[in-house]
Design a protein around this ligand. Structure first.
Ligand SMILES: Cc1cc2nc3c(=O)[nH]c(=O)nc-3n(C[C@H](O)[C@H](O)[C@H](O)COP(=O)(O)OP(=O)(O)OC[C@H]3O[C@@H](n4cnc5c(N)ncnc54)[C@H](O)[C@@H]3O)c2cc1C
Length: 479
């Protein structure tokens, strides 16, 4: 009996540990659910007011694409169905060419799709889910100013201007791409950090419904690829589309008047003008300045057994693979899996999390940069489209051997860095295969033209001799 009590005791002591989640954005709110479910005392500190009460929610993109990794992470805390039910499936990209023709390119096999979800609603739902745990407290209007790596004490600035000092057993930095928690990591020896702004900015425009219906086909992610820039559009539940224009800042600066906006759209996105509306376009284009996009890589993700970074705080990626949030959600899931394996011992879990997760998050950061070019430019290339069809075809006939990169990233939990490795291997094999096919076709055609088949008159021996002759480097001159 004494043994039982002591086991329970030590368990309950560990469960009472305080976990401070700094940042109540998408990843912070989901993480709060994970730690609360494990029984920790969870304190979430978010610099903004409670977005569930705010009239205007400031933030980044209005909607985003949720895929398999994110869904799996939501599922673990029982949130998948709630979120999926408010998402709009997108089965294919819909490519808008300059002359207005639209052609779909499926994302994967029949039945595979990504979901367009509303960022604000997702964040609100996750905050409410975290709050259903009695061991979770949400502290809004608490902006982290600083924290001490020696004592772990965090200093917050409250809305009333007062400062508050708080201690926790574990600090989980989910405070986004410009993380205040990460600042302390920068002072540590052997901490690697890089930050790259891409030359493009983004601007969002709304495409309203027409006669109460979506202005374009809703179950697609619409793309207008124009090589150096592009526009995309994702559907919303209120039957609007959010269009996002990605363009180099220099070019944004060249468009300064309403008439220039129309001229620009007339040249590159003529089919979108009547759908957004010329007047709205002229007005909304100037509502907000174009926003910058940054890619952040760092390592390690932890500091002793005290602090760990997740989500954009650990790895902000450019948005072109639609994986930033999905990767951040998967961070929570991977951390949770390691907590199971290592019995919630922070001194073992944190280094293991860094070991496992850094190569994967760095791989998705690189892939997102790669897709930055693919989405706006490669999709215009015939070779690229041909290769996509070949990859998809081979995937259908050899589903275990050939898996398109996009499928691995978006519809599986294959580790990102393994997906990249496999992609390089597959690419080599498929290109070599295509080369072999091309050479066979050329040689075969040559043979047919040069030696029209007259099968009854050619003996096997003769055919063999001719084939042998072809092996000679001078075969072209052999009469
Ligand atoms: C244009 C665009 C489109 C995107 N599209 C997609 C997509 O389709 N699919 C996808 O998976 N991802 C997408 N992303 C990426 C996605 O938005 C991010 O990966 C995701 O928001 C990361 O969540 P997070 O919680 O780590 O950070 P954030 O969402 O940035 O949340 C951080 C939170 O921390 C709070 N905070 C910041 N500083 C402090 C502080 N000092 N003290 C306390 N709180 C603080 C902030 O107020 C915020 O609430 C897109 C990004 C952009 C810019």
């Amino acid at each position: 009996t004494t043994m039982d009590y002591s086991t329970n005791d030590s368990k309950s002591t560990s469960k009472k540990k305080v976990v401070a989640v700094v940042g109540g954005g998408l990843v912070g709110a989901l993480n709060a659910c994970y730690f609360a479910k494990r029984g920790f005392q969870v304190e979430v500190f978010e610099s903004r007011e409670d977005i569930r009460q705010a009239k205007i929610v400031k933030g980044r993109s209005i909607n985003l694409a949720l895929s398999h990794r994110g869904r799996q992470a939501l599922k673990q805390v029982g949130m998948e169905d709630t979120i999926v039910s408010k998402g709009i499936p997108m089965h294919s990209r819909m490519i808008h060419s300059l002359n207005g023709t639209q052609s779909p390119i499926p994302y994967g096999k029949k039945g595979q799709y990504i979901l367009s979800v509303d960022r604000a609603n997702l964040n609100k739902e996750l905050l409410s889910a975290a709050e259903t745990y009695s061991n979770t407290k949400l502290n809004f209007a608490h902006k982290l100013l600083n924290w001490s790596t020696e004592t772990g004490a965090m200093t917050f600035l409250r809305a009333d201007g007062a400062k508050e000092e708080i201690q926790a057993d574990l600090i989980v930095g989910c405070d986004g791409a410009f993380s205040a928690i990460r600042k302390q990591f920068l002072r540590q020896s052997r901490f690697n950090f890089s930050q790259t702004y891409i030359p493009h900015g983004y601007l969002e425009l709304t495409m309203p419904p027409i006669n109460g219906e979506f202005a374009m086909k809703p179950n697609y992610l619409h793309i207008w690829p124009r090589n150096t820039f592009m526009m995309i559009a994702l559907p919303n539940l209120d039957k609007t589309f959010t269009c996002t224009l990605f363009m180099p800042f220099d070019e944004f600066e060249n468009v300064t008047t309403g008439d220039q906006v129309i001229e620009f759209f007339q040249k590159y996105f003529p089919d979108a003008i009547p759908l957004i509306g010329a007047d709205a376009l002229k007005r909304d284009y100037f509502c907000l300045p174009a926003q910058a996009m940054v890619s952040v890589k760092c390592s390690p993700y932890h500091l002793s057994d005290k602090c760990v970074l997740m989500g954009d705080a650990a790895h902000a990626v450019v948005p072109f693979y639609g994986q930033g949030m999905n990767a951040g959600f998967e961070d929570c899931l991977v951390f949770n899996e390691i907590m199971d394996q290592l019995n919630e011992d922070f001194s073992a879990v944190l280094p293991e999390y860094t070991r496992v997760r850094v190569p994967d998050d760095h791989a998705i950061a690189d892939l997102a940069m790669y897709n930055y070019v693919e989405m706006r430019s490669h999709v215009n290339s015939k070779w690229f489209l041909f290769r996509k069809y070949v990859d998809n075809f081979l995937h259908i006939i050899m589903p275990r051997t050939i898996i398109p990169l996009y499928t691995m990233v978006t519809f599986t939990r294959t580790r990102y860095h393994e997906a990249v490795k496999r992609w390089h291997w597959q690419d080599k094999v498929i290109n070599q295969g295509l080369l072999c096919v091309a050479v066979s076709v050329v040689v075969g055609s040559y043979l047919l033209v040069r030696y029209p088949p007259n099968m009854p008159n050619i003996s096997i021996e003769q055919l063999w001799t001719r084939l042998q002759a072809l092996k000679s480097p001078f075969c072209g001159f052999v009469g």
